[in-house]
Design a protein around this ligand. Structure first.
Ligand code: ADP
Ligand code: MG
Length: 238
């Protein structure tokens, strides 16, 4: 569990400013959902937090420590992508073990971690399969498993359910909520689905064009949207 603080965190791609400067104070253990229209900067923000994208300005603090220049692998963060990003030629076991092997963890410790994550996600029978022999939902579990084995303090999810059908979305959403309760980690979750936002979030961040329009509990935002834009996204009509 670790706090995450953004102070005027900004992003430019060349001359184009996509995030002018975001302030956010995320408490240890919170489940935070980022919502906002396509292109508003949700993925860019996650990638800066994860260390996959440079930060153009401001400060990113994790557990009070400035992280701007820290390598992704030293941030205690794991990210789950929409596209799963599994290695097609590796078994499920190997997909989950690979990052730990690269980090030099002893094989027996890796085995314990992969087994534990596979049990949580109920994918033990799939460990020897290749990704192409899995359903979309199973692939997404493996992608989540790959994050869990790293035992991160912070999980980042970038629209993890958007490739799944409606029924699986609901099922996986419930499992992610359970995961949050069981693992006691800070989670940041990007979606453009209001129902996901309302049901998962302790607090919602509504983004528009790289700015925070509102930050609050689902109930607060629903009942007291700051403006029409927010109301249009999740609020009651204003
Ligand atoms: P979202 O995830 O909310 O849909 P993104 O973070 O992907 O939005 O993108 C935010 C803005 O930054 C968009 O205008 C997008 O075109 C731009 N952008 C994202 N990545 C790059 C990049 N590597 N180079 C230039 N522009 C980018
Ligand atoms: Mg995105």
């Amino acid at each position: 569990m670790t706090s995450l603080v953004l102070k005027k965190v900004a992003k430019k791609f060349g001359p184009v400013e996509v995030i002018p400067g975001i302030d956010l104070d995320i408490k240890s253990g919170e489940f935070i959902v980022f919502v906002g229209p396509s292109g508003c900067g949700k993925s860019t923000l996650l990638r800066m937090i994860a260390g996959l994208e440079t930060i153009s300005g401001g400060d990113l603090l994790i557990g009070g420590e400035r992280m701007n220049d820290k390598a992704a692998s030293d941030r205690g963060i794991a990210m789950v992508f929409q596209s799963y990003a599994l290695y097609p030629h590796m078994s499920v076991y190997k997909n989950m073990a690979f990052g730990l092997e690269t980090a030099g963890m002893p094989k027996d410790e890796i085995k314990v971690r992969v087994q534990k994550a596979a049990e949580i996600l109920q994918i033990v029978p799939l460990l020897e399969r290749k990704p192409k022999a899995l359903s979309g939902g199973q692939r997404q579990r493996v992608a989540i498993g790959r994050a869990i084995v790293r035992e991160p303090k912070i999980f980042l999810f970038d629209e993890p359910l958007s490739n799944l059908d409606a029924e699986l979305r609901v099922q996986t959403r419930v499992e992610i909520a359970k995961l949050h309760a069981d693992l006691d980690a800070t989670m940041i979750y990007v979606t453009h689905d209001q129902v996901e936002a309302m049901t998962l979030a302790d607090k919602i961040v509504v983004l528009r064009a790289g700015n925070v329009e509102q930050f609050g509990t689902p109930l607060d935002i629903y009942n007291r949207p700051n403006n029409r834009f927010v109301a249009g996204f999740i609020g009651s009509p204003k």
